[in-house]
Write a protein that binds this ligand. Structure first.
Ligand code: GLN
Length: 275
């Protein structure tokens, strides 16, 4: 079977052309940027064992497994992160949160930052990469997630202090920034069927999806430096509720930002400056 035929078979299995090309390149040990090579060499023969492996990968993709798990990596904010089913796949929407975080840190030297529920380490590592002077902590309740985050920090050569904890438990403030992309999907949300391959502990937060957001907003103000910010990602219909939680917690300058799809995807607020 040629590479061309393998790709045709993948299309017949229901795969998008790009997904099939990326899986095939991965199998051949080539970078995803080599799609031109694939087209130029589409009469190359694919050995039977590789053919079997490719077809198995295609079946898993057709069954809804995220491409990132099959490739073992995902790009986030210009960083190549290792991912596996122990962590949520980093979403481009979350780059909105990182951009906002970096703006807020712009005029602060050596800011102390903590990322809650870091998963693959995406947010913490993106901040640390952009701000070498930042002192970044990242916590997760899941030991497996911390292993993935540690591997990413090591591979990228970025110093982030990793610790196993639930939200702000054991944290020593004050922080200039507390940031989190916590679970925020409501239990029973039909959308969860599409996310079935990802860790449910990273996705679901009680009947209304706000349980973890509430816990974080409650604990954060006491650990923020004066003028420090709490930034949170949340669901498409939760912006108003989260702004309400932030204001009720005594924080000020409450605002929301839209993701790439134009949806209010993160909200934040700041602890009042002294004086
Ligand atoms: N953004 C994810 C989704 O709904 C959910 C991530 C989360 O709960 N933090 O696809």
């Amino acid at each position: 079977m040629t590479l061309h035929q393998a790709l045709q078979q993948a299309a017949a299995q229901g795969l998008a052309r790009l997904d099939a090309q990326l899986l095939l390149l991965h199998l051949l040990g080539r970078p995803g940027t080599d799609r031109g090579w694939l087209i130029a060499h589409d009469d190359t023969m694919l050995a039977p064992p590789l053919r079997e492996t490719f077809s198995a990968l295609c079946r898993r993709r057709a069954d809804g497994e995220p491409l990132a798990y099959l490739l073992g990596e995902k790009e986030f904010f210009g960083l190549r992160l290792q991912v596996d089913p122990r962590v949520l796949v980093p979403r481009p929407d979350t780059e909105t949160l990182v951009e906002w975080a970096l703006e807020l840190l712009q005029h602060r030297l050596a800011p102390r930052v903590i990322d809650l529920g870091t998963g693959s380490g995406a947010i913490a590592l993106a901040i640390r990469q952009a701000r070498a002077d930042a002192v970044v902590e990242a916590v997760d309740r899941s030991a497996g997630a911390l292993e993935v985050a540690a591997a990413n920090a090591h591979a990228l050569g970025l110093a982030v202090d990793l610790r196993q904890a639930s939200w702000l438990e054991g944290a020593q403030g004050p922080y200039e920034l507390i940031v989190s992309n916590p679970p925020y999907v409501a239990a029973g949300d039909p959308h969860l069927a599409d996310l079935r391959h990802e860790p449910v502990s990273a996705l679901v937060a009680g009947a209304d999806g706000l349980d973890d957001l509430r816990a974080i907003v409650q604990a954060a103000p006491a650990l923020l430096a004066p003028g420090g910010w709490l930034l949170l990602e949340h669901g498409w219909h939760q912006a108003q509720a989260v702004r309400g939680l932030l204001t009720a917690a005594g924080l000020v300058d409450t605002a929301s930002r839209r993701d790439l799809a134009g949806i209010e995807r993160c909200s934040g607020a700041c602890r009042l400056e002294l004086g």
